[in-house]
Design a protein around this ligand. Structure first.
Ligand SMILES: [Zn+2]
Length: 186
């Protein structure tokens, strides 16, 4: 099937919304024009003000800045499916700590996570369907608290991270907005 040519963006000189709908990305781009119209350069450098990196699930119900009282420039937010500490999360944390000065790590999983309903079968079924085995693990889990502990352990034992004294893990309840801290020793 031929790939359709991209449509040109609608005119935006006045910064108004995309007429007649457009794709979701068109609407995001239109929203950005409004955002930029009121934006002033905060004059920050790239080092997070609160010297903290937050690792969390990509879940759409989790508004990290609002939930944690964070402002622009305060933290690094590193997200993936599940908020699982994978090699790529370690890569980002290593850069965060060694190049950009963060010292603390906050790990956040949440109730109702999609990873709770998946298993590694997802990976096997995917491989059977597309004829190629993914190099990554699904990192599905059945027990939220246990997976937070596992994630804390992976951060604390990483040889690449110089700052592992302040690593704390939480489960965010998507129905109450509250964080529940996980004791790494349980
Ligand atoms: Zn999730």
């Amino acid at each position: 099937m031929p790939i359709p040519a991209p449509q040109p963006l609608p005119p935006s000189a006045d910064g108004t919304d995309v007429p007649g709908g457009g794709t979701v990305t068109d609407r995001l781009v239109a929203a950005n024009r409004r955002y930029a119209a009121g934006f002033t350069d905060p004059g920050m450098d790239a080092r997070p003000v609160r010297r903290v990196a937050v690792v969390a699930c990509m879940d759409a119900r989790l508004d990290l800045h609002a939930a944690l009282g964070l402002e622009l420039g305060d933290c690094h937010t590193i997200r993936n499916a599940g908020g699982v500490v994978t090699d790529d999360i370690i890569r980002s944390l290593t850069i965060s700590q060694r190049a950009l000065g963060t010292r603390s790590v906050v790990l956040i999983h949440h109730t109702g996570c999609g990873l709770l309903s998946l298993t590694e079968d997802f990976r096997h079924e995917l491989a059977a369907e597309v004829g190629q085995r993914p190099t990554w693990a699904v990192e599905a889990f059945k027990d939220l608290d246990e997976d937070v502990r596992q994630s804390m352990q992976r951060v604390r034992t990483s040889p690449f991270l110089p700052h592992t004294d302040d690593v704390r893990g939480f489960v965010f309840d998507v129905t109450t907005g509250l964080l529940r801290e996980i004791d790494p020793r349980d």
